[in-house]
Design a protein. Structure first.
Length: 161
């Protein structure tokens, strides 16, 4: 059985290896010249280190090393991290937070269709409970100014209004 050995020399690898070692925190060419790392495969080519390999080649500036960004601790599963409210432009007062959705103009027919949808899905008792809460026997007795409230009650019961 014949054994062959092939050596390949690539110019510039010494500088690249030194730069990688500096980025990895080894800091000097002495680390490159030391023992081979444990992760290296036996027989793997190690580039020669030239004198002054700890310095970048002439004309190349290295950016300063920066600390890694701070990462907030992981939230337990199922929790949502708190978010800061959006910044208000200078000179603008925050608008009041509504306690209920804005009142939309509902038509009696829309409310009747939504209630009928609940009734057909087997939730007739819930519809009857909503009517009782509003103190009415039929939706035609509901005052127009309470249509928004009634629509919200139907939504809470699962209706599509």
């Amino acid at each position: 059985m014949n054994e062959f050995s092939i050596n390949i020399k690539v110019e510039g690898l010494a500088e690249l290896a030194a730069a990688i070692n500096r980025l990895a925190g080894q800091g000097s060419a002495a680390a490159v010249q030391g023992a081979a790392p444990a992760s290296r495969t036996p027989g793997m080519y190690a580039p020669p280190v030239a004198a002054g390999a700890g310095q970048p080649p002439a004309g190349i500036q290295q950016p300063p090393l920066q600390a890694p960004p701070q990462v907030p601790p992981a939230m337990p599963q199922g929790q949502v991290p708190p978010q800061a409210p959006p910044a208000m432009p200078q000179g603008q007062a925050p608008s009041p937070v509504p306690s209920a959705p804005p009142v939309q103009g509902y038509a009696l027919e829309q409310l009747q269709v939504a209630a009928a949808g609940l009734m057909s899905s087997g939730r007739g008792q819930q519809v009857m409970g909503i009517l009782q809460r509003f103190g009415i026997q039929a939706m035609t007795e509901l005052p127009k100014e309470r249509y928004g409230e009634f629509a919200m009650a139907l939504r809470e019961a699962g209706a599509q209004v």
